[in-house]
Ligand binder design. Structure first.
Ligand SMILES: [Zn+2]
Length: 909
């Protein structure tokens, strides 16, 4: 019963401790008090050391006077580090996709900076409860500085954070008062002023080019209303504040690595929200991930209370507890918290420029936004300073209690099985390691009573040698649990509240997707063992620092038998590496064929979708290329000296077709949604296959015959920006003459109306009951008259479902008859009739086909048996429709193969 006792103890300790010098009145005798209640930039009481340069001295504008660009941030932070070399340490921790460096500046006392590496190592020791003697640890609790990480503007157009981060750094380095100097003896403050430099500069450039001498407060003025895609996202239009555990993007991956090298006690992520709001700080609202501990929630309350005291003192408006959840593990507050840190969220009302009018007829200025984040920073540092030792102790205890909490839940050991896809298992392990999760490799086979994450069934299962073992009794055990479990519960009360709101047609309070299970997303079998298990295993390190999202390089590839093929090389159709291999072969001009039917050759079975590289159609360099690819992609090539198969499709027969290299056109810009960037990322970084990106406005003038694959991404097509009648006619002609048209989510919904007629389906809509339909007529009119044809369901908030696949079509190459499908959104399509096309992947017809996450009961009924992927032939071309975007967040690697099939096998079929 450790927690209740701990909380009581803490409550006593903290009520004494929480009396910082921001808090006026009751303790005026002893606590230092602010000189004035005026919050200026920088704070009026600051006694600056003139040797430390101000922002104006370095870049030409003062605090809050201008939105600083990445170049200005870089110049200033370097000058700060140069001016205070003994009290700061600048580290470049990565580079963005567009080549902009990512920095953090560590600031502390001179004595601490001198031994910064030792402090970092001690912090790692403290944050690992398995290390350190009692005496050693006790000494550290008394002396060791707490590590506070302040990070800003992960969304590039939420700009005030970055300037506030610079100002906070200036304050800490320039202030000569003993309060600030004393603070830095007990803290190491790590400031990452700009987490998303590419997005930032996109916003700053846009803003500056649109602003005149006098800034306009009109929210829709061109200096505020950004052009698509705006500055929120990174180069590939990913939301970096969803990518912490996925680490598909370089900025998130490098940051997570920097985090794990420090394991800070407190991690702050500073954002902006709408201009009409005020300021938000943690604690978060429901749902809170169930693996976040009560003691952590308690600390959020206490630090929030301290911050509230400071905001009250200055008369700033704020809100807390009623917005922003802590459920999905990919946020900048939930991920650090699941690691054991306190991940704190700040949200400031955003200006998106220098001044903006609010709906309450007040003006919001950039300088005020910068000021609020700055004061927030100083307040948080003081709260940590006041509670340093208690926080250090609890940080260690939280990382230790991961284990005891896990033990209580009865599941301690997870196993990742290679079962047919060793490459996929290895890549999943690598991703876990990038999340600071320790993994071992099983040395002796064993049997366990376990639940299978893919099937959801329980029973005795064999764990062979070479399987991976993840013990949850480790500091990051709670993160491991939420990432590996099949389902993370949102809590009964929260769900019931949402269902009631749903019945009353009120907006729900679900903030993001409700499922993310890595075994389901990767299609990798994982076992949750029940009870005590004895495992003999060795630690394994699979190059965690490398990019987990590349298709290469994982060991295990070879040319089977080692010899040169006389007739052909084959690659199995279900090989995980097939997409990367085919893409590389086509890039190199190698001619490749694919088998529509299974075959057996030399005793080896090859499923449908297997690749055939004929020697007689390629030049002699093909042997060396195959050999090289086997190593770089980790794939097995099977050489053959005969085309005569034992069984199934003949290598020279009609069922082995030429893979016509796709020439891909991807439509960007409005009406496309940002997830078009995720598709671009898939081609550009994962496949390394050329894709031509064109804006919708240029589609008209484009010679479509230069392309044989055209992707209409997800977006809102009920707008004048969507392709018009003439363009639709042009698209139909192009498909009839052999084009493969991919319609993603919103594009599929748009295309299936009678008016457009690119897809012979309809959107599934809710029919109003007869009697209520009349009463709601007016309301529906306001809804653009859509009510006449029924309304759409609220979106399914990202969940996994059982699905089935049609096994006689190239669209499902590489898949068995069943699939666990991630679905997010509201695009529900009626099945294509048999004489119109084929439904290739369909939501299951079973009663209980939701396997992870949350779905509205009526959506469950509507989605049952409906297609996720459908194909329709038109002339000699195809229209392939997806009800959701398989490339979303690069989250479901396994599912992306469906998209790959459509692009790479469409043109040749
Ligand atoms: Zn944000």
């Amino acid at each position: 019963m450790r927690y209740p006792k701990l909380i009581i103890e803490l409550a006593v300790v903290l009520s004494c401790l929480l009396s910082g010098y921001f808090l006026p009145a009751q303790d005026a005798e002893t606590a230092p008090v602010r000189k004035s209640s005026e919050a200026t930039l920088p704070l009026a009481e600051l006694e600056p050391d003139r040797k430390i340069p101000t922002l104006k001295q370095v870049v030409g504008h003062a605090w809050g006077e201008e939105v600083s660009s990445h170049g200005e941030v870089e110049r200033y932070i370097k000058d700060l580090a140069r001016a205070a070399p003994f009290r700061s340490s600048l580290k470049k921790y990565g580079t963005s996709y567009e080549g902009r460096p990512l920095y953090y500046l560590a600031i502390s006392s001179a004595a601490n900076i001198e031994r910064l590496e030792e402090i970092r190592e001690n912090n790692i020791l403290l944050s690992d409860p398995r290390r350190g003697t009692e005496a050693e640890v006790d000494k550290l609790f008394k002396e060791h500085p707490a590590i506070v990480w302040l990070s800003y503007s992960v969304h590039g157009d939420e700009s005030s954070g970055t300037d506030a981060g610079l100002l906070t750094a200036y304050h800490l380095l320039a202030d000569l008062r003993k309060e600030t100097r004393g603070l830095l003896e007990k803290l190491v403050v790590i400031i990452d002023p700009l987490q998303n430099p590419d997005g930032r500069d996109r916003f700053v450039n846009f803003h500056r080019e649109n602003r005149g001498v006098a800034p306009s407060p009109e929210p829709l003025a061109s200096e505020h209303a950004q052009r698509w895609p705006g500055g929120r996202f990174n180069h590939y239009l990913f939301d970096l504040n969803r990518d912490w555990y996925l680490q598909s993007q370089v900025e998130a991956g490098r940051k997570a690595l920097a985090f794990s090298r420090w394991q800070p006690q407190v991690f702050v992520d500073a954002h902006e929200m709408g201009r009409n709001s005020t300021y938000f700080f943690s604690p978060a609202t429901d749902p809170i991930n169930r693996w976040i501990l009560p003691v952590q929630k308690d600390w959020f309350e206490r630090i929030g209370k301290y911050q509230a005291g400071v905001f009250d003192f200055y008369g700033f408006s704020y809100s807390t507890r009623e917005m922003f959840d802590l459920f999905y593990p990919g946020y900048g507050d939930s991920w650090p918290t699941l690691q054991g840190s306190l991940g704190i969220l700040w949200e400031q009302a955003g200006v998106r420029g220098l001044v903006v009018a609010r709906d309450d007829e007040r003006l919001l200025r950039y300088s005020s936004a910068v000021r609020n984040h700055y004061v927030s920073g100083i307040a948080t540092l003081e709260a940590v300073f006041e509670n340093r030792e208690a926080l250090l102790r609890d940080h260690r205890r939280v990382r230790e209690d991961a284990a005891s909490l896990i033990r209580k839940s009865g599941q301690r050991d997870y196993f990742i099985l290679e079962s047919g896809s060793p490459q996929r298992a290895a890549r999943l392990v690598r991703l876990l390691q990038r999340n600071s999760i320790e993994v071992h490799r099983v040395r002796e086979p064993l049997f366990v009573q376990a639940r299978r994450m893919l099937e959801g069934t329980a029973g005795e299962v064999a764990v062979p040698i070479g399987s991976y073992h993840v013990s949850l009794e480790q500091p990051a055990g709670r993160l491991a649990r939420t990432l590996l479990d099949r389902h993370t519960d949102m809590g009964k009360d929260f769900i019931e509240r949402q269902l009631t709101r749903h019945l009353n047609r009120l907006d729900d309070e679900i903030y993001d997707v409700t499922a993310w299970s890595l075994p389901l997303a990767w299609g990798t079998e994982c076992l949750a063992a029940e009870g005590e298990v004895k495992v003999v295993s060795d630690p394994v390190k699979l190059g965690a620092e490398q990019d987990a999202y590349r298709f290469n390089p994982v060991e295990g590839g070879e040319v089977r038998g080692g010899g040169l093929a006389k007739v052909a090389y084959l690659v199995r159709g279900d090989a995980d590496e097939l997409p990367g291999v085919l893409s590389d072969l086509l890039n190199a001009g190698v001619r490749v064929h694919v088998s529509d039917e299974p075959l057996v050759l030399g005793g080896v079975p090859f499923p449908r979708g297997s690749l055939v590289i004929r020697i007689n159609e390629n030049d002699s360099t093909v042997h060396a290329r195959v050999r090289l690819l086997s190593k770089t992609e980790g794939v097995v090539f099977y050489p053959t000296d005969t085309a005569l198969v034992d069984k199934g499709a003949q290598l020279g027969g009609p069922n082995v077709r030429w893979v016509k290299p796709p020439k891909v056109l991807l439509l960007m810009d409005r009406p496309a949604s940002y997830s078009v960037g995720h598709t671009w990322f898939y081609f550009d970084r994962l496949l390394r296959y050329p894709v031509t990106r064109v804006t919708f406005s240029n589609l008209d003038g484009l010679n479509l015959s230069s392309f044989n694959v055209l992707i209409l991404p997800h977006g809102k097509y009920d707008s004048p920006l969507a392709p018009g009648e003439k363009m639709v006619r042009k698209l139909k002609e192009w498909v009839r003459s052999g084009g493969t048209l991919l319609l993603m989510k919103g594009a599929a919904a748009w295309a299936c109306g009678e008016k457009i007629g690119l897809l012979g389906s309809r959107q599934v809509r809710i029919r109003e009951p007869e009697e209520s339909a009349a009463g709601q007529k007016d309301a529906r009119k306001k809804d653009g008259g859509k009510g006449a044809e029924g309304r759409l369901q609220p979106p399914v908030p990202g969940a996994f479902f059982e699905a089935t696949t049609f096994q006689h079509h190239w669209g499902t190459f590489g898949f068995g008859p069943r699939l666990r499908l991630f679905f997010n959104g509201r695009t529900m399509l009626e099945p294509l009739k048999n004489d119109v096309g084929r439904n290739l992947v369909n939501f299951s017809r079973e009663e209980d086909y939701l396997i992870s996450g949350f779905c509205w009961p009526d959506s469950m009924d509507m989605l049952r048996g409906k297609p996720y992927m459908a194909s329709q032939e038109m002339g000699s071309g195809h229209v392939i429709a997806f009800a959701d975007d398989p490339n979303f967040r690069a989250m479901c690697r396994f599912q992306q193969r469906l998209f790959f099939n459509a692009v790479f096998f469409g043109p040749g079929h």
